[in-house]
Design a protein around this ligand. Sequence first.
Ligand code: NAD
Length: 499
Amino acid sequence: MKTVTHWIAGKPYGDVSDASGTWGPVTDPATGEVTTRVAMAGADEVDAAVAAAKEAYATWRTSPLAQRIAILFRYRALLDAHRDDIAALITAEQGKVHADALAEVARGLEIVELACGLGTALKGDTSTEVSSHVDVASVRQPLGVVVGISPFNFPAMIGMWMFPMAIACGNTFVHKPSSKAPSASILLAELAAEAGVPDGVLNIVQGDAVAVDALLDHPDVAAVSFVGSTPVARHVYGRACTGGKHVQALGGAKNHMLVLPDADLDAAAEAAVSAAYGSAGQRCMAVSVVVAVGSVGDPLVSRIAERAAKVRIGPGNDPASEMGPLVTKAHRDEVAQYVAGAAAQGADVVRRGFTVEGLENGHWMGISLLDKVSTDSDAYRNEIFGPVLCVLRAETYEEAMRIINGSRFGNAGSIFTRDGGAARRFQLDVETGMVGVNVPMPVPVGYHSFGGWKDSAFGDHRMYGSEAVHFYTRGKVITSRWPAPAETASGPDLGFPVS
Ligand code: NAD
C-alpha cells in the first residue's frame, strides 16, 4: 500500500515504517479499494511544520522579490511539464475524470502565473512633499507563517489558489490538504523544492480536524485561508479570528441558474447538464438548482433529461468517461438519501440515479433530476454536493429572485436570457459573490478574484486576484522628513502634527 506523509523543511517528515502511528485510509473512489495510508498530524507534527515555516520566514521575507519571482517562473515550468502526473493523482483519489483533473491543474497554474507578475501588485504608493521636506509612503509587508486548509474536491487547485500568492508576498506556508485526497499536495511541494523554493517555505501537514485546530490555535500562525463546507468554515473563522489572525474562510454553496422564457433552451439545457453533473456535482461552483420562469419549465426539463441520459459514467482514468464516482462511500450514501427522500417531500423525480450497474464496489451514483422541488425540502435547503439537479418553477422574474436571494448560500448565480436589460437587472439584484450571464459556472480568471457572499464565505477577502495581495500582506505607512529634524529644529512643539 502506498504511504503519504507530511512534508516539512523540504523533505518527507515522520517515520513511515511506524505501523503504530496514526494513519488514515485513502480509497480509490472507482473501485472502493483502500490504496493508500495517509499520516494524520497531531500537535507535534503541526509544531514541527510551523517551526520550520517560522525559521524560513526570517530569511524568505527579506529575499529579493526578483529571486522569488525567478523561482516561481521555474515552478510554473515544472508544473506545466507535470500536468498529467498531477491530474493522475487527483483522479486516483478524488475520482474526477482525467480531462477535468487537467482543467483543475490549468486553473491552479493561472494563479502561479499571477504570482509570477507580483512585482506590479506589490508596488506601494508614495506622496512627496506633503509638508515641508516630508514624504509619505504606503508599503505592504508579509505577515509571517500562513496556513491554508483545503477540501477534497480540488486536491491541487485550491492549494494553488493560496500558497503561490502567499509565498510570493514573502510569507512562508503550511498547507493542510484533505486527508481524502492528499497525494497531489506532496507532488506540488516536491516540484516547488525542485524549482528552488527554500526548505521550510512550503510545508504540508496531512490530517483532519485535530491538525486544523492545532494550526488555528498556534501562536506563530499569522493568517489562515480556508476552503471547505460551511459548518467548518464558520468554525475556522470564529476560532482563528479569536486568536487575532487574518482569516478568510470560503464555505459551501447552492448555485442557482435562472432561465427566462426567451433563453436559448438548447444552450441552457447543455449548460445545466455540464454544470450540474460535471465532476459528479462535487464542485462549489456546480449548478445545483435551476429556476425555470413561466412557460420554459416543461421544455427545459425535458431537454435536460434527454441530455443527462447520455452522460457517460465510468472510471476517471477511462478517456471515454465524462463523469466519475463520488469521493467516499459515506458521501455517496448521503447523496443517495436526498434522492430517496425527494418524492416524499413533493418533488417529481424525473431521473433517479443510484448505483451504476457493473461498478457496484466503487462510490458510484448515477444522475438524478428532481423537478418541482419545494424551497422547504431537504434537497433544496442543504448542499447535496453530488450529481443531483433540483428544478424549481417560478411564474415571474420577481418570484425567481425571491427564491434565489432567499437562499442562505451566496456563492454564484447565473441567468440565461437573450434580454440584455433582464441580464443587467439580475447582475445588480442577485445576492451572490460571482455572477454568470449565459455562463453557468462563472469561475473568475486569476486576475479577478473568487469568493461568495452570505454562508458561502466568511471574512472580507476573496481568494486570488489583487485581494490575495491584500490578504497575505499588511499595510504600513511611512512618514519621513529630510533633512532630519535636528538640522531644522526651532524648539520642541507639543502640538499634534499638521502640515
Ligand atoms: P470539509 O469542510 O469537510 O473539509 C475541508 C477541510 O477542513 C479539510 O481539509 C478537512 O480535513 C478539514 N475539516 C473537516 N472537518 C473539520 C472539522 N470539524 N474541524 C476542522 N477541520 C475540519 O469539506 P470537504 O468535504 O473536504 O469539501 C467539500 C465542501 O467544500 C463543500 O461544501 C464545497 O462546497 C466546499 N467548497 C467550497 C469552495 C468555495 O470556494 N467556496 C470550493 C471548493 C469546495
